[in-house]
Design a binder for this molecule. Sequence first.
Ligand code: TYD
Ligand code: MG
Length: 457
Amino acid sequence: MAKAKTNYTCTECGGSAPKWTGQCPACGAWNTLVETVVEAGGNNRFSGQRQGLAQTAPVLSLADIEAIDVPRFGTGIDEFDRVLGGGLVAGGVVLIGGDPGIGKSTLLLQALANLSKLKKVLYVSGEESGAQIALRARRLAVDGKDLKLQAEIQLEKILATLGEQKPDVAVIDSIQTLYSDALTSAPGSVAQVRECAAQLTRAAKQSGVTIIMVGHVTKEGALAGPRVLEHIVDTVLYFEGDTHSSFRLVRAIKNRFGAVNELGVFAMTEKGLKGVSNPSALFLSQHDNPVPGSCVMVTQEGTRPLLVEIQALVDSSHVPNARRLSVGLEQNRLAMLLAVMHRHAGVAAFDQDVFINAVGGVKITEPAADLAVLLAIHSSMRSKPLPRGLVVFGEVGLAGEIRPAPRGQERLREAAKLGFSLALIPKSNAPKQKIEGLTVIGVERIDEALNRIREHE
Ligand code: TYD
Ligand code: MG
């Protein structure tokens, strides 16, 4: 097969150049040019190829177009269906990312085995041999009778198989191992990943096959390959969690067919991943007595509240630039929160190293964690534990104000259900009716919050 013509495209601005250079000639960014295929008869309007123009889609009034609900089918794994927004969609393309060994292949093998009872499925593996997958299937005790498997990494052959077998659902494990004959670059390179993903997506849209692609993540935690991969597909899911603990979270980052920020919670057992249907107390560590530097918050993940323990350690610094480290929480916000605490509550930490951690490998991105982070830091600084049974949430603003968090009532009810007795929350989140067993303190400012805690010690 003849090599297709390629040029170099900038991943930042999309500008193109005929030759590779260190700096993009269009936007000036460094090291952003990657090899891409030039489509035959592409957008050169002087090429004389005008066939494309004949088939322009008609312009319609939105009101004339009938809204059709997309039919969904479940995977038989409730927690997986939940993050997918209710199940898979015909012709939908799902990208699922995560660290190596976190359970991507396991989850997809389990899902496909369930689906194979009702649908035609195909598992394309570029990473493991058939024998390795068979071994895993035996371990998972899944029925592999109707599960079709192909160990292949060449894109054109995979597309041919998809055309021949016409599966309803196909898994590509993983997109980084595939290569297209049309490109000279190695599998896993940005150009290959992008081209393979685009071709597979086109195949899905044309034939109605649902494609689930596995994507590797880089050391920084982003999906390897260009960010455009996330734009091409319909749904992006990420596996999270500590590989050392048995719990795994699957989070939806983007979903054209459902809500994002839904969370699926699993436990890794010796028989594969098992859904955890009631995960709210999973991320609390067990302390017999309250310890300094620990604060429990309620975070709202999709439709479910989760209780997560935030830990902080404040220690006098012996380096000129005191360290600020965070695991599972936003680093930049930590610096901001320390500044707010200094200016608006008079508690200084400039000569202290500050470490914060969300227990259990969860990642919390919502600002409602602010108050918990500050209380944990304050508690560690003074070596005084927070009151027993305390739960908090609330965003802290630059002016020192405590801002409300969405769905406060649900958060409080979940905390009360799990036996928490005291809640320190934004004033506007305070419930109108009393919640059984829960004393609620509504606060408006950060200094007020710290004072109320001191009163309860
Ligand atoms: P895997 O699905 O291969 O990860 P990925 O495809 O994301 O790289 O998961 C492998 C890990 O899961 C491995 O470390 C072993 C563990 N595991 C179990 O604990 N129980 C099981 O039943 C299976 C199949 C794997
Ligand atoms: Mg794998």
